[in-house]
Each structure stands twice: as structure tokens, then as C-alpha cells.
Design a binder for this molecule. Sequence first.
Ligand code: MG
Length: 452
Amino acid sequence: MNNIPKLFGTSGIRGEYQKEVTLELALDVARALAKYIGGANHIVVIGRDTRTSSSIIEKVMTAGLEQSGCDVLLLGMVPTPVVGYAAIKKDANAAIMITASHNPSKYNGIKLWNADGSAFKQSQEREIEKLVYEQDFDIVEWDKIGNDYDISSLKDEYVDDIIEISGIDSSQPLKVVVDCASGAGSILSPEAIRRSGMDVITLNAQPDGFFPGRNPEPNSANLGELMKTVKVLGADVGIAHDGDADRMIAVDEKGRLSDFDKLLTIIAREFGGTVVTTVDASACLDTEMKKIGGSVLRTPVGDVHVAESIVDNNATFGGEPSGTWLHPDFCMCPDGLLSGLRIIRAIQKNGPLSKQLDSIESYPTIREKITCPNDKKQEVMSEVFNNFESQFNDIKEVLTIDGMRIQFMDDSWVLIRPSGTEPYIRITAEAKSQEDLDKIQKTSVDFLEKLV
Ligand code: MG
């Protein structure tokens, strides 16, 4: 299957509408998915984000599924987690989310989900690619064509269920500002927070595929308005989502954007036991989990890997430092709305977010990238694997599940990892002191620059 072109990246099919993501491709992926799940009489859920191209991609994929004899359950514009939830609730055989997550407006994408609400694994995506490449579809006759049904009212049930599982206390109202980027979390995320008894102020909560208020990537460059609003209005917390609301990032009551790793750690501490994160996450999670007798497992970058490891190891919680969190007590689909409710609950229980964040020990970190052409990345990485021992001292442990993560005797570490999508090799490092960090950084950058 090696000569079959790859369609799926680290988070589904993603690209510019009409360039990489065409209606023809969407039709073929729908037909391939239909065949993959067993063809006629099977059921597929479809949800979509607010992008201008999402609605026509939904129509084409619906046609491809019905043409293959499948019935289609349409959620309309919903956050990604509702798609995973609906797959379980409606006993569907698979689900589709049409979104390009945090990418700009002209992008779109297709992400596939299993009947249990978990994302398709790489091996499953390869099967879909093979069916598309070979144009191996089963198109049915006129009397076997599938139907589509509107299940958008399921959103209500979803909201009830996430409020219940979050354990939020409606008699303890907090003031919450929520910024939805005009993406798929618009309407539903503010509604969930309001229905949980909180006092809600919204920013960018009108669905709009042009993302007029801010870029859908929830980072410090794009969340200035939210930070200011929280501070000026004296709110307890600010909640921000990406374009499809599978992610959540919080702003504390002082108007500071939370450190992503610390935010993850706050909720991981609440769960205890074994939690899962990716190779690029901070050691502050390990330190805090050790204090409460818990443990941390690491996976390659990508929420699919985190989800797999949670299931395999019976973990209580997991996530990526990007704000993509998985709540296995609810559903195996990353859920930015439930993440938001859980942060509110943690504030009710443990006090101001700023205090909780500041209680976590933190270490100096760097995230750097070295330009490296895509076709040279593999060669450079094999040089890294072959020669790292001559560059670094006091190595305690080496992890090679995704790039190379070198852990040193004093628990500082460096991760050298090729970017999955861009022409870079990334360097992430964390150390107990700035001096140690500078040393690690210099050694890594010199080492890589010689190789590139
Ligand atoms: Mg997303």
C-alpha cells in the first residue's frame, strides 16, 4: 500500500478548499467510508463547522453515502465533540466532522470517527485511502438508496449530559467570558455554561465562516480581546475555543492566558491515577502527578495517539498541551465544551484560577524551529539518532516514539522532532534553570544546523 497517496495528516484530511479539499474528493471519501463500514443499511452521522464551504461538502458527502445505500444523520453546525457523542447515542456505524479546526477560513477538512466516538486510527485511514485510490465503491440501485434525517435536536441532550458529568454547582454562579471565534462552538458553548447556572458574557459567538472577530487558533496573539474583557469586567475566567471547539484554553481572573501545560495539569490532578499526554508536554505534569501518587504516560503528538493510550492503559484523563483534552468518563472524542465546564468546576472547588496555576512548579522552556526541506527531514533525523550521544552528556533515558526525546539526569529534557506538516525540525526543551536551558538549546541548535 506504499504507493497509495496519503490523504490524511495528523488530524484528518486538511487543506485549502478546491485545492487539496475538493468536492470530488469529499464524494469519494464518503463512498469509501460507506464501503468500509459495510455498505447498504449502515448509518453515518455528519456534523460541520461554520466555514463557507462546509455546507456544500456536507451535501456532497451525504450524497456519496446515500448513493452507497447508507442512511445519514445530520447534526448541522455543531462542535466536533457532538459528532462523537451522536455516533454513540444513535448507534451509528461511523461519523464525519467537516472542519479545518484552527486553520484560516479558506481551508477545510474531513475527520472520520468510529461508532464509539473515537477518531479513526492511522490504519483505518490507510484503508479509506486505498478504497479512494482504487475507486473501489459499491453504488446501489434506485431501490436501495439511503435517506437522511435531521438529528440537530440531539444538541440539547448533549448539553444536559456534559453539565451533569462536569459536576458543576449551579448554586455557585461564576462570571464567565466565552470566546468562540465565530466557529462551531458558537451558540452551544455559551448555552452550556449559561444552563449550568453561570453568568455568561460572549465574544465572537455569532457563527460566521469568515471568522471576522479573530483568527480561530486560540493563542496569545489572537486572544487579546478576551484577556482584556475578563479583566475589565472582573470575570472569574475566560474560555476560548478553536474553530471546531474540540479545544479549550482559559484566561485567569487577572486576564492572563493560562500556560497550556499548567491548565492540563490542574484537571489531571483532579482525576489522579494514570493520565496520558504527548512527548512535547511539560514535566510540570509529571511533578504534580508524582505528588499525588499518580503517573504520566507519553505518546506521539496527536490526539488520536492520546486516545488510543487512554483506552489501552485504562487512564483517567489525557490531552495535548494545545488544549485538546480527552475525557474518557464521557466520550473518546476531544471535547472543548466539557473542558471549559471542568475548568469552571475546578474554580468552584479550589478557588481562583490564577492561584491554582501559580501553585504548579514551572521550569523555563523553549520551542524553536530550524528550517529543513520536507524531503531532507528523514535524513537529518537519522543523523540525529546516530550521533546524539556525541553531543549530549548525562543522558538518563531516550524516547523515540515521535522524533527523539532525550531526558537528562536532572530531569531536564529536549525533544527533536520533524514537523508533520511544515518544512521544519522542531526543538522543544525544558530545564530546571535558565542556564541549563541555554546550554541545551545551544547544543541542539548547533547540532541540527550542522546536519541541515
Ligand atoms: Mg480543533
